[in-house]
Design a binder for this molecule. Structure first.
Ligand code: GLN
Length: 548
């Protein structure tokens, strides 16, 4: 029978429930178990696809084309899990299913209510993860204990435990043990109160994971154990890690979290070999090739979560090149100001990520031009690729007003235009070209060099595309079409030659990068940027950290 772990959060949000859940999944997988993961989000949007990154951070896209919470990125990166539409439920999605069923007469004669209809729907979402091959499902409940909107989820998992057996599911509660500077002490009271809230709704956490800035003392463990009804050995400390989030699983393993979970379920411990993961952590801490700086140009740059997978993929590529990748985060609009391009001075590589809407597009075009003309390694992603094409059309082909019809529908040169199948779509949610599509790579391209194989599959999230009407003209001017859809109709990758490395793709390679398997395009982009850094300063790449 599949075992279930439910992770709830208390005291404050942003404690890193997703990271903790993903770290536990990695450890259990490394001990030989087949693990699946799922996140419940208590908001009313059906998915986060319609939310601004300022509200929600990045929208993470799965292979099957579901627009999901960015925590699913942690699940895939840490635990190598392939997420799907079953991996992320929101209150909006749960309610839509129930209301649609009601309209179809599915509850004829009945009054439809939160309990049992919504809670039953939540339980079936949880059970949908079970199958013969799955040993353990980890479900993260979004929000914080005490939130009104999380209540149906908490009630559902309470019932779940009662119905499926007390030893078949485990409640883990993640809380904060803050350090109060004025008192010079760490405080356990907020955690006690959070557990109290859960107890009030019938949930008795069986493991407490305490996020803290400083090490907890014996007294804290004892107090939390006594007041929260949790054996002392199941009170776990999760201190802020010193260098990188990839240290979290190593730290949790040191406290035997994985073993304790398996003991709870009466499952064999098996061996744990974290060598490859430890190598990742060690390389991040002491890379052989010093440090490089990559400019990331976006329009939500003040919020790091808005480009989460991009930064992670760059870090992964740093691991494979044994170099520390520093980010110079630049607001695209700042490049549009007087002397704005000075912001790009001395960067070793330029990355233009995806985005929507016209704000900052001029700055992005200037960055693409700067990279092309100054021979700075360049990776353009989705809108970044579209900007690269527009810039090339304007400045190399002389199509002065070249644009995307997203920004200027009446342009004479619509080099980027709405995809044919998008023209009749009116609904905004879940209607873009989404998820994994195959792509064929052409000979003599950096892309083929990077992937090492011609047939690849990458994830998409866009409505506009390279307009094939301009393909010949742009190719003649020197733009290389490096990858296309299997029928050769959709341009998926462009490259600019006579350059150290200039690649731009319509898809989002960042979603498939993991620390153990860095994405080939990111790997080669960072490789080219490292080479650029080394040639620029004529050293072996180690001068930068010394300068710092
Ligand atoms: N706004 C562009 C489009 O819809 C690019 C989308 C993106 O970068 N994800 O095609």
């Amino acid at each position: 029978m599949t075992k279930h772990i439910f992770i709830t959060g208390g005291v404050v949000s942003s404690l890193g429930k997703g990271l903790t859940a993903a770290s536990i999944a990695l450890l259990l997988k490394k001990r030989g178990y087949k693990v699946e993961m799922q996140k419940m989000d208590p908001y009313l949007n059906v998915d986060p696809g319609t939310m601004s990154p300022y509200q929600h951070g990045e929208v993470y896209v799965t292979n099957d084309g579901t627009e999901t919470d960015l925590d699913l990125g942690h699940y895939e990166r840490f635990a190598g899990i392939t997420c799907s539409s079953r991996s992320n439920y929101t209150t909006g999605k749960i309610y839509s299913t129930v209301i649609n069923r009601e309209r179809q007469g599915g509850y004829l004669g009945g009054t439809v209510q939160v309990i049992p209809h919504i809670t039953n729907e939540i339980k079936s979402a949880i059970v949908s993860m079970d199958n013969e091959e799955t040993d353990i499902v980890i479900t993260e409940i979004g929000g914080t204990a005490g939130d009104i909107e999380s209540l149906p989820y908490l009630e559902a998992i309470r019932q779940f435990k009662y119905e499926f057996g007390f030893k078949n599911s485990l409640f883990i509660h993640l809380t904060l043990v803050p350090y109060i500077k004025a008192a010079g002490e760490m405080k356990t009271k907020p955690s006690q109160q959070s557990v109290g809230i859960l107890r009030g709704i019938g949930i008795m956490p069986e493991m407490l994971i305490c996020r803290c800035e400083r090490p907890m003392e014996e007294d804290h463990f004892k107090k939390l154990s006594l007041f929260c009804n949790i054996p002392e050995e199941l009170v776990i400390e999760e201190q802020d890690v010193a260098n990188n989030i990839y240290e979290v699983p190593v730290e949790l393993a040191k406290q035997g979290v994985d073993k304790k979970i398996l003991n709870f379920f009466d499952l064999p411990e098996n061996d744990l070999d974290l060598t490859d993961w430890q190598n990742v952590v060690d390389t991040i801490i002491s890379p052989k090739n010093g440090s490089i700086e990559i400019a990331v140009i976006g329009k939500y740059i003040s919020l790091k979560d808005a480009y989460k997978s991009i930064y992670e993929a760059l870090t992964h590529a740093g691991i494979s090149n044994s170099v520390d990748v520093q980010f110079r985060m630049i607001e695209a609009e700042d490049l549009e100001k007087e002397n704005g391009l000075d912001l790009l001075k001395d960067v070793d590589g330029i990355l233009l990520p995806g985005g929507f809407g016209s704000r900052g597009v001029l700055g992005k075009l200037l960055a693409a031009q700067y990279a092309r003309e100054n021979k700075v390694p360049f990776l353009g992603i989705c809108l970044g690729m579209q900007c690269a094409v527009i810039e090339f059309a304007r400045n190399v082909c002389g199509m002065e007003s070249a644009d995307s019809t997203e920004f200027r529908p009446e342009t004479k040169y619509p080099v980027i235009a709405l995809m044919e199948e998008q023209k009749s779509i009116l609904n905004m949610g879940g209607t873009m070209r989404l998820g994994a599509y195959p792509c064929n790579l052409k000979n003599n391209t950096w892309s083929l060099d990077a992937y090492g194989e011609k047939a690849i599959s990458e994830r998409h999230r866009h409505r506009y595309e390279f307009n094939s009407k301009f393909r010949e003209q742009l190719e003649q001017a020197g733009l290389t079409i490096a990858g296309t859809s299997h029928d050769d109709l959709i341009v998926e990758i462009v490259e600019v030659k006579n350059h150290p490395w200039y690649v731009a793709c319509q898809f989002h390679p960042e979603f498939q990068s993991t620390p153990l398997k860095p994405h080939p395009l990111f790997k080669d982009f960072v490789g080219a940027s490292l080479k650029n850094a080394q040639t620029k300063c004529e050293c072996d790449g180690n001068c930068k950290p010394q300068e710092d």
